[in-house]
Design a protein around this ligand. Sequence first.
Ligand code: NAP
Length: 286
Amino acid sequence: VAGAASGTLTTVPVAVVTGATGGIGRWIALGLAQAGHDVVLVGRSQHRGDDTLAWIAARAPGARLEFYVADLASLAATRLVAERIVVRAPAIDVLVNNAGVFCTRREETPEGHERVIAVNHLAPFVLTRALLPALSSAPRARIVNIGSSTSDRARIDPADLAGKRRWGMVHAYSQSKLALMMATFGWALRLHGTSITANVVHPGLVATGLVRASGVVGWVWRGMAPFVLTAEQGADTPLHVALSAEFAGISGSYVKRRRVVPPNRRALDAGLVEQVWRATEALVGF
Ligand SMILES: NC(=O)c1ccc[n+]([C@@H]2O[C@H](COP(=O)([O-])OP(=O)(O)OC[C@H]3O[C@@H](n4cnc5c(N)ncnc54)[C@H](OP(=O)(O)O)[C@@H]3O)[C@@H](O)[C@H]2O)c1
């Protein structure tokens, strides 16, 4: 983990965006900077971080930006970056858990977690938990988790979030996004009556580098690019949920195209949501 600068960010609202070095996240970070936030960007490459800081600075002159390197496939690195962020930003107004991966093969991280669930679900869970005191210190705070419509018909097995018994590229991704949705609803429930809201957003089908496969899967993904949303368009709904007055009091919702929509019915099953919450706590070691 590498960071920047000293002192604290306190004068204007502060936003934290993960996976901000490319795709939709870069545009979300830009939108938050243009809306007057100090933006803390998290990514896993210093080089891409520097490039993104320059890209945003050119479009949002005067924005205060900081970049922290952390590989969010590692829960240790996720905890460490959270510790470093709260030193700099004791009050956080917006947290966008955007970093995500789609893998074509099952891989385990050095910590022994399946990579897709680690990046897409466990890291946001750990980061959110670690940043809660800072989110509570802002007058009002919003957690915006970037989910996916692939969760809409997904199934989930709380006993097999890591896909040890069953793993397929689409199942692993959609299950991780359903788990993220359930955690979002779990946070909303636990934070009810506080100054913090939590919502999950589908950004649309967006031409980004999400699918980094060669072969047919990569070919199909890249072939769709001219017919789907641009990354800038994909940032629209996340930014709307993060910034608009309309979403100031809305929590525990699933949002597509700026509208609250019904989620997968499994995400409304309180017993199943609780099982996924407990399985997640066990995986991250709480
Ligand atoms: N594109 C779509 O159609 C679509 C649809 C629904 C949901 N989403 C979701 O939208 C979010 C953004 O994805 P995208 O489409 O913009 O894809 P993307 O272009 O691949 O961007 C993903 C971002 O996450 C970062 N990231 C990946 N693994 C990381 C790790 N281990 N540690 C830290 N950062 C990591 C990437 O950093 P690097 O540059 O270092 O790889 C990149 O900045 C994801 O959660 C994705 O699941 C996308």
